[in-house]
Ligand binder design. Structure first.
Ligand code: DQA
Length: 145
C-alpha cells in the first residue's frame, strides 16, 4: 500500500513555530515518526511539504494512479483552498485530514475547512499522534475495500 503525506505552509517550521500550540518537535521528527509507524504496517509513505498552494495541487494530481491514500494537513490552506479540495476530488484517492492543534477551539476562521467534505475522516488536536492514527485508519479503510 502506498500513502502520500502532505503538509502545507509553515509546517516545515515545526519546533520553532508557536511551540505552545504545535509542540517542540520538528518537521524531521514528525517524518521519522510517520515513516517508522508506516513500516510496521508495511505501508510505503512519501512525505511532501510545501508552502505553495499550486505545488500541493500538482502533488495531489501526480498521485493519481500511483498512491492508494492521502493524509493531508493543508495548514492555513485548509481554511481557504477550493483548489486543494478540487484536486482531491479530481484524483478520487481516499484521504484523511489532520491538524496538530484543536482547530475548532481556536479562532473562528480556523473552524472552516474546505476539504472536510471530501475526507473520510478529520483528526484534530492530537499533536503528531494524529498522523499515526491517520495511517492506521486509512490502512483499515483501504484494506476493508
Ligand atoms: C494547522 C491549523 C491551521 O489553522 C494552521 O494554519 C496551520 C496548522 C494544524 O495542524 O493545527 O498551519 O493545520
Amino acid at each position: 500500500m502506498k500513502f502520500l503525506v502532505i503538509n502545507g505552509p509553515n509546517l516545515n517550521m515545526l519546533g520553532i513555530r508557536e511551540p505552545d500550540i504545535y509542540g517542540k518537535n520538528t518537521y524531521a521528527d514528525l517524518i521519522r515518526l510517520i515513516t517508522e509507524h508506516a513500516e510496521k504496517l508495511n505501508v510505503d509513505v512519501e512525505c511532501f511539504q510545501s508552502n505553495h498552494e499550486g505545488s500541493i495541487v500538482d502533488k495531489i494530481q501526480k498521485a493519481y494512479g500511483k498512491k492508494d491514500g492521502i493524509i493531508i494537513n493543508p495548514g492555513a490552506y485548509t481554511h481557504t483552498s477550493i483548489a486543494i479540495l478540487d484536486a482531491l476530488k479530481s484524483v478520487g484517492i481516499p484521504a484523511i485530514e489532520v491538524h496538530i492543534s484543536d482547530v475548532d477551539s481556536r479562532e473562528e476562521f480556523r473552524k472552516i475547512s474546505y476539504i472536510t467534505s471530501y475526507c473520510i475522516e478529520r483528526i484534530t488536536g492530537m499533536g503528531f499522534a494524529g498522523y499515526l492514527k491517520a495511517v492506521d485508519d486509512l490502512f483499515k479503510f483501504i484494506s476493508s475495500k
